[in-house]
Design a protein around this ligand. Structure first.
Ligand code: NAP
Length: 308
């Protein structure tokens, strides 16, 4: 049995979809299983919160490998999960970390990711660490603005990044969950191109067949947007990461993805073509879209800043 956490989130759902092809029993973990998409394949669903170690032990009973996604900036969720996994005799954990861990930054979020990686390495089980760059799906945060006003607003329009398709991250996660040769390995997962927010906006405009305006936010505007959703210490960390990107520290490309999956990683154009319906009000963009990704037509402002 493989346990997939974060089943209501981006990567967990994609991992579950790919595991279905492996004919291995899959248990999805969620705080509220009703929020897991009906189209996400599973053998079983279990209710558990990282804050509740006894529930984690029940969730991990009979599990041989687990995919671990956490996103709290300070709570000891990984420690709880790893303790429960060790107690239940789980053999292998694939942990979703972040490429920022190897960056020259000491912001709160990156420091926490580094501590979590240490906890994983110290746990009495085998592990694989996945370090993706910013998910291409973060640009779904722009969808509402594009649908309403054909405009994208973001900080640092010309700051380079190497965004990765979460579907490629999920493909590596599945290999790490099902094949022993990935034990004890750390993989940096970056997309095939260095891109800026302005260039991503232009690609969306081309695909939509209509120009989309990019409006660079001032630091004050970005701070205010982030402060609507995060406490001050998280806002400070996110701005620090954005500054690092503007300084060019996130432009490094790499070949882990291609080497591991045997195919060229999806480009941003690929991802955007498959998710165009989120950005469009036109009925001809609503049909035949890929189910393989985040399905909500969300426009939550500012997700682009949660880069890695
Ligand atoms: N987005 C990026 O660009 C990016 C890039 C690199 C690395 N990462 C890393 O990827 C991770 C996030 O992955 P994601 O984007 O796939 O996830 P996500 O879409 O942000 O969803 C987070 C998942 O964690 C679950 N969760 C949160 N708190 C929980 C709790 N207390 N107990 C049980 N489950 C809980 C959520 O469940 P609920 O539905 O119950 O809230 C949800 O399923 C983070 O560690 C982030 O640092 C992200």
């Amino acid at each position: 049995m493989i346990l997939v956490t974060g089943a209501t989130g981006v990567t967990g759902a994609l991992v579950a979809r790919r595991l279905a092809a492996h004919r291995v029993p899959v248990r999805l973990m969620a705080r509220d299983p009703r929020r897991v998409g009906a189209d996400v394949p599973r053998t079983e669903t279990v209710t558990a919160d990282y804050a509740d170690p006894p529930a984690l032990r029940r969730a991990l009973r009979g599990v041989h490998a687990a995919f671990l996604v956490t996103n709290h900036p300070t709570a000891p969720h990984d420690a709880h999960f790893l303790g429960a996994a060790a107690a239940e005799g789980v053999g292998h954990v694939v942990k979703l970390s972040a490429a920022a861990v190897a960056d020259d930054t000491d912001d709160l979020l990156t420091r926490r990711q580094r501590e979590i990686e240490e906890e994983v390495r110290a746990a009495p089980l085998s592990w694989t660490l996945l370090r993706p760059r910013a998910f291409m799906s973060n640009t779904l945060a722009w969808a509402a603005g594009i649908r309403a006003k054909e405009t994208v607003g973001a900080l640092y329009g010309d700051a380079p990044n190497t965004p990765v398709d979460p579907r490629d991250v999920a493909s590596v996660a599945v290999r790490a969950l099902t094949r022993p040769e990935h034990r004890g390995k750390t993989y940096t997962l970056v997309g095939p191109q260095t891109l800026t927010a302005r260039q991503q906006t232009a690609i969306l405009g081309e695909l939509l067949g209509t120009p989309v305006e990019f409006r660079e936010r001032t630091r004050q505007e970005e701070t205010a947007a982030l402060a609507r959703r995060h406490p001050p210490h998280v806002v400070a960390a996110l701005l620090q990461r954005a500054d690092l990107q503007a300084a060019g520290n996130k432009r490094r490309t790499g070949d882990d993805l291609e080497r591991l999956t045997g195919h060229r990683p999806h480009s941003y154009r690929d991802w955007a073509s498959d998710h165009l319906h989120h950005f469009s009000n036109r009925p001809d963009n609503q049909d035949g879209h890929s189910q393989d990704g985040r399905n909500s037509r969300d426009g939550e402002d500012g997700r682009q800043s949660m880069t890695a």
